[in-house]
Structure formats: C-alpha cells, structure tokens
Design a protein around this ligand. Structure first.
Ligand code: ASP
Length: 336
C-alpha cells in the first residue's frame, strides 16, 4: 500500500529539565543546529535513518554543554556513568539484502536494537550501543563488560577522568554542598528532575527505514550504579514499523510508563503531535514526574511534548528545512 510521504525527516532533542543558565542557551542552540545539520546532510544524501540518528547523537555527545558523552553529569561518587540505546526498523527487503541479523517484528519490517548502561570509558556511548546491536548477539551490555566489548570491536577506551568537564565537576560540588546533611537516597530523590541536556534523535529515511537513538549522563545526584530509561529499549528509545521515539526527563517515571513503546504503538491511530501530548499527559497522571518526548511516524510527520521548565528540539524535513525550537511545557499538573 502506498503511503503519503514527507521523507526523509529527522528530529532531535537536547533534554527536558530546568532552563539552565541563560548565558549557555545560545551555545546550546548552536550545538543542536550543528548536530541536526549533520544528520540532515546524511538523509539528504540518501543515507540511512540509523546513520542519521547516530551521527546526530554522537555530535551532541561531543558537545560539553549536553548531558551525554563528554559533559555528562556526575553520579553521587563524582564519576561519569553513561547510558545509551539505539533501535532500527527496516523494511524487510532492505534487511534481507544487507544480511544483517534482525528478527521480524511485523509483517513487513524487521527490528534490531543495542544499548549500553553505566559505561565510563567510551567517548561516544551511542556508537558502542550501535556496536552491541550490530556485532553481538545481545541487546544490552553494562559497565566493564560493555567496555571490554568496546575494545574488541575497535572502539577506543579513554580514562574515566577524560569524560569529566570542569563544569560537571563544579555542578557536582555545588550539589554536594546543597545536599548537606541529607542521607544519600533522600539527596538523590531531591535532586532528580532538575537537570537537562540528555540527547536523542529519531528519523525516517527515503527508503522508509526508521531509527531512534538516546544518550545520557543520567539524572543529577543519581546513585553509583543507577541505570535510567536511556539504556532501556521501550522506555527511553523505541522504533518500529509505525515510527520511533526518544524520551528525556525523570528516567524512573519513563521506565514505569514504558513511555517510548506506548507512544510508538499509539501512532497506529493518531498523529505524532497528538500522541506526544497524550503520552506526556498520561505520564503526568501516572507519576507526577517531568519528561519530554520526540516522535516521528513512518510518513515523516513529527511530534514533541514535555512538561518540564524547558526543552529544546531541532528538526529537519524537506518542506521546512532545518529549524530549532525552545518548547513550552504542555501542562504541569495532573488532570483532575
Ligand atoms: N532520562 C534521563 C535519565 O533518567 C535523564 C534526562 O533525560 O535528563 O537518565
């Protein structure tokens, strides 16, 4: 069946949370624009949705003002522990000719996924997540095992200190002081939801393949060993024949509501914009937490919504070109 098409298309987010220092906003906007242009260039050159989302997210991981890769927030012990995941849905004819390992998810698409949790020694966790998808029999690898796998597939390991920016260290010190006498669990709970800067991207390419990618340093004040939604397929990242989603915000709430999978499945009956708004509303009703979501459907239509103080997105489609937006929250309270 022929679909109405607006392909290719790409949307990226730079995290939902507090607005961050005003003086950083122009540079964060520039970082988003550079990343989306990179991804858009890949799509315009008939590159794959997978290449586009990985390149977009990797560019944001390299930027020190985003909470992913270099620039990640520090955990309660003062160390970087990063999560990332990627998922790819290809029309079956493409999958068969590439010979890639994948299993059939619907009648005419195959899906594959890869993720890493709590890694400290790779510069671009999204590239390691992709390597897990393409070169291992697994979907999720964590910690030192994931890093040892990185070395085997030729991804260079760095010293954990090389991932720590002075800015992240200062914020960690300030938070420690603020937490004062609070015991660790209470301090972590009090701090959660006040960060921003997780990154993600979703895309559909000219061949109708669909991809999602997400990468984060996690929530501020998180305990050593905590893993959030960005490592979990279905929670922080999902792609499937209907479309793709990437989430940001309080990971615990995103996991509890399986936010990205629920949203992508809902694309069967509604537009991405309507689905994004309803998914965030349902998340608020269920958890009272803060989160944001970007969505794309198989036709290249885009949607996004959040209920935090601030969220930035950048988008590309053939009609609108490349654009950047600071999004206002759709709601702040539970529905009566
Ligand atoms: N969702 C991420 C996490 O919980 C954090 C964020 O998006 O700000 O690890």
């Amino acid at each position: 069946m022929a679909r109405a098409r607006n392909l290719p298309a790409l949307v990226a987010h730079g995290g939902a949370g507090n607005a961050g220092p005003g003086k950083e906003r122009p540079e964060r906007r520039r970082g988003m624009m550079a990343a989306i242009r990179l991804g858009a260039g890949i799509l315009r050159g008939n590159g794959s949705a997978l290449e586009a989302v990985v390149a977009t997210v990797a560019a944001l991981e390299d930027h020190p003002l985003f909470n992913a890769g270099y620039g990640s927030l520090l955990n309660s012990e003062g160390n970087v522990e990063m999560d990332a995941s990627v998922m790819y849905a290809e029309p079956v004819a493409v999958a068969a000719s590439s010979g890639k390992r994948a299993h059939t998810h619907t009648a005419d698409y195959s899906v594959s996924a890869g993720a890493v949790a709590a890694v400290s020694r790779v510069r671009n966790p999204i590239m390691l997540a992709r390597a897990v998808m393409e070169h291992s029999p697994h979907i999720l690898m964590a910690g030192p095992g994931a890093e040892s796998f990185a070395r085997k597939v030729g991804i260079r390991l760095v010293r954990p200190e090389e991932m720590v920016t002075e800015r992240a260290r200062e914020r960690w010190r300030a938070r420690k002081q603020q937490a004062g006498m609070l015991e660790a669990g209470a301090a972590a709970r009090a701090a959660m939801g006040h960060g921003h800067g997780t990154v993600g991207a979703v895309a559909v390419d000219v061949n109708g393949a669909i991809a999602a990618a997400t990468s984060t340093g996690g929530v501020p004040g998180k305990l050593f060993g905590r893993v959030g939604d960005s490592a979990l397929i279905g929670a922080g990242t999902f792609a499937h024949a209907f479309g793709a989603a990437s989430a940001t915000g309080q990971g615990e709430a995103i996991i509890l509501t399986a936010l990205c999978r629920e949203a992508v499945l809902a694309l069967a009956d509604a537009t991405p914009q309507a689905v994004a708004r309803e998914a965030i509303r349902e998340m608020i009703d269920a958890t009272g937490a803060e989160a944001g979501l970007i969505l794309i459907d198989g036709r290249g239509r885009i949607g996004y919504a959040h209920n935090a103080a601030s969220m930035q997105v950048a988008r590309y489609d053939p009609a609108g070109g490349v654009q950047h937006l600071w999004l206002a929250p759709i709601a702040t309270a539970r529905r009566p």
